[in-house]
Ligand binder design. Structure first.
Ligand code: HOZ
Length: 430
């Protein structure tokens, strides 16, 4: 595969951008080699700067539920841009967007738009603190909630992959109010709740984690977590930045049948533009400025381009409820193909899937928490990644991420991917 243009661009980029990229995971550091610079995307595929074609299973890390450049999002953007890019004043589309979100996700009574998942999670924790008057919060080892200081403690995603789950630059003071629990382990929650009685404002969780690979919460665990939060007056925050509108129109909370107090969103909510949102119970959200004292603001929040793209995406979801069945069929077809390949090569590697999010771990043990996730052989993942890439399949360039299937992935794409998977496994295991 000729990647000369990408190589040149990367060398140039490293002179001006830290590590040559604007977000660490995409630098390929954990899988080795040089990152590909992408030029164009259409449907299930994208093309790099050297013209190589790939079936893309990142979809911009989740937002492209309908593949790259669906016409209804492009048309909405073209229409919106004619009227201006940003006003820093309210527009009617923000009202439409908020209404649509509350319709699709029943736990959301009020919502505030922001510009990224990080902004959404940090604002949700602030709202919980302001509402409860308490300062500490619990996060889970291996969950990633963006890069606000107090989340970068035993975090997943790029922080984990690059070996800095707890980042330099996070002060002791900032870390002091972050309490760490073990995913799917209710005793770790009980211990913290009794040790810090009346001090915990919130528990934030990825109800289907996508940042230590894909790991789903157990039903009993999440039910008990909900009850403990109710008893102790702790705000339960679901970080649905990845799962929102992806695993179901109502997100992971619909799949699990659990109603959080607050939720955070990103990705699909912006139809591929930089957007986030947080929302939930009215009594909590009314504490947000200007209706309440908890300050939160942003010049580009709710900007017309992002709202136009996001609204088009959510409206498409509302009008086409059948897409989740389609996604399920395609994803289970892929999963079945991968599993058949694994048994053909005599390996029982763990595979986790929830709807159109899935992950292969290079360990034969079950993966249901952070400790089991990190048993995966990341060197082998790197080799697998490059073999898939050579065969025209673009996966996450790091083990502790998810593979995303879109409605644009055709049977032909899936079959090609399954063949590539078989050949790649055979190659790396020989
Ligand atoms: N935080 C993303 C993975 N969970 C990676 C974002 C990017 O590199 O674009």
């Amino acid at each position: 595969m000729n990647i000369e243009t990408s190589k040149k661009l990367f060398e140039e980029a490293k002179k001006y951008i830290p590590g040559g990229v604007n977000s660490p995971v995409r630098a390929f550091k954990s899988v080795g080699g040089d990152p590909l610079f992408i030029k164009r995307g259409e449907g299930s595929k994208f093309w790099d700067a050297d013209g190589n074609e790939f079936i893309d299973y990142i979809g911009s890390w989740g937002p492209h539920l309908f593949g790259h450049n669906p016409h209804f999002i492009v048309d909405a953007l073209k229409a919106a841009i004619e009227n201006g890019t940003s006003f820093g004043a309210p527009t009617s589309l923000e009202v439409e967007m908020a209404k649509l979100i509350t319709e699709l996700v029943p736990s959301i009574e009020m919502v505030r738009m922001v510009n990224s998942g990080t902004e959404a999670t940090m604002s949700a924790v602030r709202a919980a603190r302001g509402y409860t008057g308490k300062e500490k919060f619990i996060k889970f080892e291996g969950c990633y909630h963006g890069h606000a200081d107090y989340f970068l403690i035993k975090a997943g995603s790029g922080a984990l992959t690059l070996g800095v789950p707890t980042s330099p630059g996070v002060t002791k003071g900032n870390a002091a109010d972050t309490l760490l629990a073990d995913y799917n382990d209710i005793n770790s929650i009980k211990k913290l709740v009794s040790a810090y009685k009346n001090e915990i404002a919130a528990v934030i969780i990825e109800p289907i984690a996508g940042n230590m690979g894909v790991v789903k919460v157990k039903d009993d665990f999440i039910k008990e977590l909900r009850s403990i939060c109710d008893e102790e007056k702790i705000v339960l925050i679901f970080d649905e930045v990845m799962t929102g509108f992806r695993v179901a129109a109502g997100g992971a909370q619909e799949v699990l049948g659990i109603r959080p107090d607050l939720s955070t969103f990103g990705k699909i909510i912006g139809g591929g533009l930089p957007v986030g949102a947080f929302g939930g119970k009215k009594e909590i959200m009314e504490k947000i400025a200007p209706s309440g004292p908890v300050y939160q603001a942003g010049t580009l929040s709710g900007n017309p381009l992002a709202m136009a793209a996001g609204y088009a995406a959510l409206k498409h979801i509302k009008d086409n409820p059948g897409i989740y069945k389609q996604l399920e069929e395609r994803s289970s077809y892929l999963e079945k193909g991968f599993k058949t390949n694994l048994s053909a090569v005599g390996k029982n590697y763990a595979m986790n899937r929830v709807g159109s999010m899935m992950c292969i771990f290079f360990t034969e043990d079950n993966v249901d928490d952070f400790k089991s996730a990190i048993k995966s052989d990341t060197i082998l993942y790197g080799k697998y990644f490059h073999e898939m890439l050579k065969r025209g399949v673009y996966l996450a360039p790091a083990q502790f991420e998810a593979l995303f299937v879109s409605t644009a992935h055709s049977k032909e794409d899936l079959d090609k991917t399954i063949r590539a998977h078989r050949e790649s496994l055979e190659f790396i295991l020989k």
